[in-house]
Design a protein around this ligand. Structure first.
Ligand code: CAP
Ligand code: MG
Length: 433
């Protein structure tokens, strides 16, 4: 076989994948001089057993047995099936090095985007999934039905541990449940990790006494190697039930190790997705946020940011809704129009989707109208930018959530809650672009 034919050898449009195979749905733009078949074959080859030319080993039966197969090409949309033995069970980094590795840099394609993945049961069950899920977190926090209210201190970095903790007091007593470190706050000289945990937990316990509600910190344990786990252990020592991690800058293997550690420590694991837009934003190239969210659910985070559809960061309502459904449901039907694959989550618990980015009290009804109540709503600037300060901002945000739960308009609610009235006068109901 000439080297030109190698790639096409990975295409068989009659092929029917077995249920044990992993299936990827790709958007592909072949490079000049490449047919869709050859470009798709190149992707299948490079992401499984092949390379640019024929090599003797490709003739070995046991090698051919794990070769990927392009089995469906419709215009720019391609489906590729991967026999299970391409992958090491439970090893997400290796799986991504295959289905989301070299292929994005191939000259055979001008653009390539991994749009969805169908995880076969054996591979899916090699991951733990969330420790608590929605039911577990609701039980832990005694929050029966309403969304979890999350708040990030702003300015996002620069404040001291004491200033950070003081804001915690203000917003926890104003009605916020979870005080989240910002994604770029770790253990900088002005706000060392242990000081922040110590100072914040003092305020959290005081706020719990004052409000009768469970309060928690989402302390960002993002750090190299063992430090990641050391910080999680420290958080558990201070009786805080949650840690936060920057899922993508820490990486799959780091988060998998942290997930195991959180199991031992009975800690919730809240995932921030900073860095995702470097490769999820371009509709023609990279990896969809849907695939990132599916991966996060398999690895077993309890919460993940999914966007707002209305706020300051990209992500359409349709995309955000698709990710929300995939995070909370156990079965997802195939969506032929969007080239999304059927998904079965088996016993993998749901993840709490978090809507965040440019939200304020006036945005709450719309976010809840299309994402429902089994969510987290994160509001940073939309609380701390309140003209009367963070406490009033938190009261306004919490009363906006309560209004929706009571079936009241914000206008009506604002008649009893002056803090909400001021927030609506400040930002109205429009969304911050
Ligand atoms: C939001 C936020 C979050 C973004 C992340 C920020 O602050 O803290 O990190 O929501 O984006 O730093 O911008 P505001 P996403 O509430 O003040 O906007 O949720 O899309 O991952
Ligand atoms: Mg942030």
């Amino acid at each position: 076989m000439s080297f030109k034919e190698v790639y096409e050898n990975f295409v068989d449009l009659q092929y029917k994948p077995s249920k044990n195979e992993l299936v990827c749905s790709f958007y592909i733009e072949p490079a000049k001089g490449h047919s869709a078949k050859r470009a798709a074959g190149a992707v299948a080859a490079e992401s499984s057993v092949g390379t640019w030319t024929n090599v003797k080993g490709l003739g070995l039966k046991h090698v051919q047995k794990i070769a990927a197969t392009v089995f469906d090409i419709k215009g720019n949309w391609v489906k590729i099936a991967y026999p299970l033995n391409n992958f090491e069970l439970g090893n997400m980094s290796q799986i991504y090095s295959s289905i989301a590795g070299n292929i994005f840099g191939m000259k055979a394609v001008n653009n390539l985007r991994l749009v969805d993945v169908q995880w076969p049961a054996k591979l899916r069950n090699s991951f733990p999934g969330p420790q608590f899920g929605i039911k577990g977190m609701r039980k832990k926090f005694k929050i029966k039905k309403r969304p979890f209210l999350v708040c990030v201190p702003k300015p996002k970095v620069g404040m001291t541990s004491k200033e950070h903790a003081k804001i915690g007091w203000q917003v926890w007593t104003g009605g916020v449940d979870l005080l989240k470190d910002d994604e770029n706050l770790a253990s900088q000289p002005f706000n060392k990790f242990e000081n922040r945990v110590q100072e914040s937990m003092k305020q959290a316990h005081k706020a719990e006494h004052q409000t009768g509600e469970q309060k928690a910190g989402l302390f960002n344990v993002t750090a190299p190697g063992k430090e990641l786990y050391k910080r999680a252990s420290l958080v558990a020592k201070y009786n805080n039930p949650y840690v936060m991690v920057d899922l993508l800058t820490v990486g799959w293997s780091g988060v998998q190790g942290l997930r195991e550690h959180c199991q031992d420590l009975k800690l919730g694991l809240y995932a921030h997705r900073a860095f995702h837009a470097a490769f999820t934003r371009n509709p023609k190239h990279g990896v969809s946020m849907l695939v990132v969210a599916e991966t996060a659910r398999l690895i077993g985070v309890d919460n993940i940011h999914i966007g707002t559809g209305v706020g300051k960061l990209v992500g359409s309502k349709k995309e955000v809704k698709t990710i929300q459904e995939n995070s909370v449901r156990q079965k997802i039907r195939e969506n032929k129009t969007e080239h999304l694959l059927k998904t079965e989550w088996g016993n993998i618990k749901p993840v709490i989707p978090v809507s965040s980015g440019g939200l304020h009290p006036g945005s709450v009804p719309e976010v809840m109208s299309f994402l429902g109540k089994d969510i987290g709503i994160q509001i940073g600037g939309g609380i701390h930018g309140h003209p009367n300060g963070s406490h009033d901002g938190a009261v306004a945000a919490r009363s906006a959530v309560e209004a929706v739960m009571q079936g009241k308009s914000l206008k009506e609610k604002a008649k009893q809650i002056p803090e909400l009235r001021v927030a609506l006068e400040t930002w109205g109901y429009k969304h911050i672009k």
